[in-house]
Design a protein around this ligand. Structure first.
Ligand code: GDP
Ligand code: K
Ligand code: MG
Length: 268
């Protein structure tokens, strides 16, 4: 059986560089359905049963841009076996926003810390094992431009990666809204691969792709009840959800990074 692996990350983090290293000439370039955004698929030499997909570059799963919509639709419908999240190590905080959303989605995930050469040049030290422990997933440092770290990544891809239970702590009001939405979806017998907590969050954030999906799967009276939950929430709800994620990310970044030039952060 084919195993699908998907490369996901912000634009210009090295996804296509890694894709090219891993697949060589064993690749096929087409378009995503209905649009002229390039879709690359390929096979990894030492993992012939796997199909590697290079997803469009995105900053979040909010489904505002075409690329985000394509990626979210892909993640929900194609149900890849493993996500390889390519992260720009020199821009950790911004990149981790997507990582946190992917962790909330609950799919098996490995994190590739790319651009380690740039991070080093800037004097940025990242405690890779601490980051791995905090996120609960494997983290591999690489330099895609020089094909450094490919071996460790391929080694990881042979392993069975579990999806860790992962939660961002939100305020009591948001948690209550999530609980209500979760209950409504559970009562309707909704079973989708992304967990209901993630679907609830995306609903609260006004994610268009998730909205279309749920509206097509659930009866209209239930959709009305789900809308009612939103209408009782503060108007800046999506901002509050973002802020909670960023607060957690800031804390993680403080704990796992140190700048040798400014000597801030922990020493190890
Ligand atoms: P994508 O947009 O995520 O597919 O990123 P690309 O693979 O197209 O890479 C974007 C740019 O970053 C290219 O110029 C790459 O050569 C460069 N790049 C990729 N990986 C590294 C790396 O580890 N270090 C450095 N310095 N540059 C890199
Ligand atoms: K690019
Ligand atoms: Mg690319």
């Amino acid at each position: 059986m084919n195993k699908t692996l998907a490369l996901v990350g912000n634009p210009n983090t090295g996804k296509t560089s890694i894709f090219n290293h891993l697949t060589g000439t064993r690749q096929h370039v087409g378009n995503w359905p209905g649009v002229t955004v390039e879709k690359k698929e390929g096979r990894i030499k030492t993992l012939p049963e796997a199909v590697l997909v290079d997803l469009p570059g995105i900053y979040s799963l909010s489904a505002q841009t075409l690329e985000e919509q394509l990626a979210v639709t892909y993640l929900i419908n194609e149900d890849p076996h493993l996500l390889i999240n390519i992260v720009d190590a020199s821009n950790l905080e911004r990149n981790l926003y997507l990582s946190v959303q992917l962790l909330e989605m609950g799919m098996p995930l490995v994190l590739c810390l790319n651009m380690m050469d740039i991070a080093e040049k800037r004097g940025l030290k990242i405690d890779v094992s601490a980051l791995s422990r905090t996120l609960g997933i494997p983290v591999v440092p690489i330099v895609a431009r020089r094909a450094k770290g490919d071996g460790e990544l391929i080694h990881l891809l042979h392993r069975n990666i579990p999806s860790p239970p992962w939660k961002v702590p939100y305020s009591p009001k948001i948690e209550e809204a999530i609980r209500k939405l979760d209950k409504l979806m559970a009562e309707a017998g909704l079973h989708l691969r992304p967990n209901r907590r993630w679907l609830a969050l995306m609903w609260l954030e006004g994610n268009r792709t998730v909205r279309e999906l749920l509206c097509s799967r659930l009866p209209s009276d239930l959709i009305e009840q789900m809308e009612e939950v939103c209408s009782k929430c503060p108007a800046d709800l999506d901002q509050r959800i973002r802020n909670a994620r960023y607060a957690l990310i800031e804390k993680i970044v403080r704990e796992v990074t140190r700048n040798s030039r400014t000597a801030d952060g922990p020493t190890w």
